[in-house]
Write a new protein. Structure first.
Length: 480
């Protein structure tokens, strides 16, 4: 019998607010342990939470960008459970009446077809603290608690069970990450835990409509691990069923070191949490005006931008994809391309040189030394034939460190491209005279020697000869 996987993801995204969701404590990552904490986020008796407006705005941004219905009225709920890193003994979340419902995002399948993944809901909740196991400051057999993260605002994005393969799960997660980063609501860093993903997995015989019993996988802290863990779990369930066994509903942990999943606990049910409406918070009402303001403030979303890059700039799909992956890169390209006639030239340079430098220097494009206007000046010099591509690369390197404009560097170093045929002819004559053997070989049909002679010519002209003219002159002189 052949089986088909059914997958639904629950993704938690930490919101980039300055303060926590119900108190004024900061949210900075990596602050000294237990330094960002107050009686409210510790849940001391008698304190009262106050909702962070920015966190709500961020959740609405995400809801609108994913085609959700934004509830005019939603409520918070207490989810009760005991865990050492949850000093309050409950988490404030949303259960019935979440803020956003019934949305969807599209993923692009191999071959370009789009597939819609439904979003059941997006709700607001607070994060728990962290249990810190063996580390440099924790002995091997101890566990310490860091409560800094208690009360950090999260959105939980729950997908419909629409995902059918580990690859689709990967693409979906990637899409969400791109989106939260575009919206500026989460940094999307899975390694630091600001984006976390639990995967629900079941399998069913192909053709069967009813879903099978699912397991829930936790603890995958990278995109690759999400894909690998799901793959592993699908295989495990398949082998189990094929051997005549049954899948037990449970929560499993992915162990990245061993590359396998291990059972953690039997799956709790919603009623185990004793959800009830949070008595310390009033219902959340979103008026239409605010929702519309947020709608109007949404940036151009990645797929719309990608489409525009193809239509407006005539870029190949591949280029548009690479350039819109990160919002800041897309803006850099946009700002540059507006000032340059040749959009494809601009695209080649951003995807090639600029992205290379970002990687080498491990920086963000916002920290990149060359700004769009200065970069456009360089590209325009090349597009106009004033400088060769080779010289342009030299100038580019100089601009990275010097802070001088391309025109200044060209003038200072005398780098203007030589297109004057007379000058190039002289140089070609000199090269032919200096390399009689190579010239003879070329004339005997050894085509590859031509490249060598071009190289010599470029060297002799310090790279300034217009390559097109140089090639033509050299060919015609060699033919004589
Ligand atoms: P639970 O009550 O166990 O939390 P939910 O119905 O709330 O389950 O769904 C949690 C997640 O699991 C959702 O992303 C949903 O799409 C997914 N899911 C639900 N049923 C299945 C199933 N049979 N197989 C795979 N995923 C499922
Ligand atoms: Zn606090
Ligand atoms: Mg659930």
């Amino acid at each position: 019998m052949k089986y088909e996987p059914v997958i639904g993801l629950e993704v938690h995204a930490q919101l980039l607010t300055e303060s926590k969701i119900f108190c004024r404590c900061g949210t900075a990552f990596g602050a000294p342990q237990n330094s960002q904490v107050c009686p409210i986020c510790l849940g001391m008796p008698g304190v009262l939470p106050v909702l962070n407006r920015q966190a709500v705005a961020f959740a609405i941004r995400m809801g609108l960008a994913t085609n959700c219905r934004i509830a005019a009225h939603s409520i918070f709920a207490r989810k009760n459970y005991f865990y050492p890193d949850l000093p309050k003994g409950y988490q404030i979340s949303q259960y019935e009446e979440p803020l956003c419902e019934n949305g969807w995002v599209e993923i692009e399948m191999e071959g370009g077809a789009l597939k819609r993944i439904g979003l059941t809901r997006i709700h607001l909740e607070e994060d728990a603290g962290k249990s810190v196991h063996a580390e440099e400051y924790v002995a091997g057999n101890e566990t310490l608690i860091d409560v800094n993260r208690c009360g950090t605002p999260l959105i939980e994005i729950v997908s419909e069970p629409d995902i059918r393969s580990p690859r689709e799960a990967y693409l979906y997660l990637n899409r969400l990450r791109q989106l939260v980063r575009y919206l500026g609501i989460c940094d999307g860093n899975m390694e630091e835990g600001s984006l976390r993903c639990d995967a629900n997995i079941s399998i069913r015989p192909i053709g069967e409509e009813k879903f099978g019993v699912k397991t829930e996988l936790k603890n995958m802290n990278s995109f690759r691990n999400v894909e690998k863990a799901i793959e592993f779990e699908i295989n495990r369930q398949t082998q189990l069923l094929e051997a005549g066994g049954r899948v037990v509903q449970q929560t499993m942990l992915w162990d990245a070191n061993d590359g396998k999943v291990l059972p953690m606990r039997s799956k709790e049910e919603a009623h185990d949490y004793r959800y009830f409406p949070e008595p310390d918070l009033v219902p959340l009402r979103i008026d239409e005006k605010w929702r519309e303001e947020i709608q109007a403030s949404l940036p151009e979303l990645p797929w719309a931008r990608r489409h525009r890059f193809i239509e407006h700039y005539g870029l190949p799909k591949y280029d548009a994809e690479v350039l819109t992956e990160e919002q800041a890169v897309a803006e850099f390209f946009d700002a540059t391309a507006r000032l340059v006639k040749d959009a494809k030239l601009t695209s080649n340079w951003v995807m090639g040189e600029v992205l290379r430098v970002l990687k080498e220097q491990k920086i963000d494009i916002t920290q990149f030394a060359i700004k769009p206007a200065a970069f456009a000046e360089l590209l325009n010099l090349m597009a106009a034939g004033t400088i060769s591509a080779k010289i342009a690369k030299e100038i580019f390197e100089a601009m990275l460190t010097g802070g001088k404009s391309a025109k200044t560097i060209v003038a200072e170093k005398g780098l203007v491209q030589v297109s004057d045929t007379g000058v190039i002819e002289k140089a070609v004559d000199a090269i032919i005279a200096a390399h009689p053997q190579e010239v003879a070989r070329y004339r005997n049909g050894e085509e590859k020697v031509f490249g060598f002679l071009v190289g010599q010519l470029m060297k002799a002209t310090q790279g300034k000869a217009n390559p097109k003219v140089a090639n033509e002159v050299l060919r015609s002189k060699l033919a004589n």
